[in-house]
Design a protein around this ligand. Structure first.
Ligand SMILES: C[S@@+](CC[C@H](N)C(=O)[O-])C[C@H]1O[C@@H](n2cnc3c(N)ncnc32)[C@H](O)[C@@H]1O
Length: 204
């Protein structure tokens, strides 16, 4: 099994939909959304179905996008491969929301800043960047109770693989500090029984 097929399998586990779900609460019905690091397209699938959004997904990994095209067959959306070094192929201020789920906490400082500045550029005024990350914390009893649910065996693996970077991200103030020097308003909410963190950056 390739890594993209494996990741698609993870994204289809019931727990993963529940983990992504708080992001949808931040998204306005019918809005124009960019999903950065979309991988195999699970968030786009949920956004189109539940929020009737106009979605574009970008990723640096073509094998992930190939899997996303297969999964999103019939779901109206656009997928593009991008280069980390190049700017986004989109005009200034053309998206209402930019989602960055489970990407930033794994990047080094230089790549975080580069990615955030591209997201900021394409975000409309009064638009919102929504960042979801694991916390690497939360109650193990909750993790265990979700783990025993049918089809949820990957949650333990995900927790172990992300824990170190996730703890460092969730206990730091990276995005809050990033917002201070720019025209952005910051907010954070702990979600998914303490296992996830949603951070929002609103453009004034
Ligand atoms: C852990 S997956 C998360 C996928 C999806 N957003 C989710 O939450 O399920 C991270 C994805 O981000 C992509 N990625 C990493 N760095 C990126 C960058 N600088 N720009 C766009 N995508 C990136 C990877 O190729 C991978 O598909």
């Amino acid at each position: 099994m390739s890594f993209s097929s494996f990741f698609s399998h993870v994204q289809e586990s019931p727990w993963y939909g529940a983990f992504l779900s708080p992001v949808l609460d931040q998204i306005t019905h019918g809005s124009k959304v960019l999903d950065v690091g979309t991988a195999t397209g699970k968030l786009i699938q949920m956004l189109v179905r539940e929020k009737s959004t106009d979605c574009t997904g970008v990723d640096i990994d073509e094998s992930m996008l190939k899997e996303a095209r297969r999964k999103l067959d019939g779901v109206p959306s656009t997928l593009k491969q991008i280069d980390t070094q190049a700017d986004f192929p989109f005009q200034d201020e053309c998206f209402d929301h930019v989602c960055i789920c489970n990407v930033l906490f794994n990047l080094d400082m230089k790549n975080r800043d580069r990615l955030l500045s591209k997201c900021h550029r394409v975000l409309k005024r009064n638009g919102k960047i929504v960042v979801l990350s694991p916390t690497g914390m939360g109650k193990l009893s909750i993790l265990a109770s979700r783990f025993v649910m049918r089809g949820n065996k990957t949650i333990g693996l995900w927790y172990l693989l992300t824990r170190k970077n996730a703890r460092s991200w969730s206990t730091g103030n990276y995005l809050e500090d990033y917002c201070k020097s720019r025209q952005l308003t910051y907010a954070r909410t702990v979600v998914f029984d303490g296992l996830g963190l949603v951070e929002t950056l609103e453009k004034k």
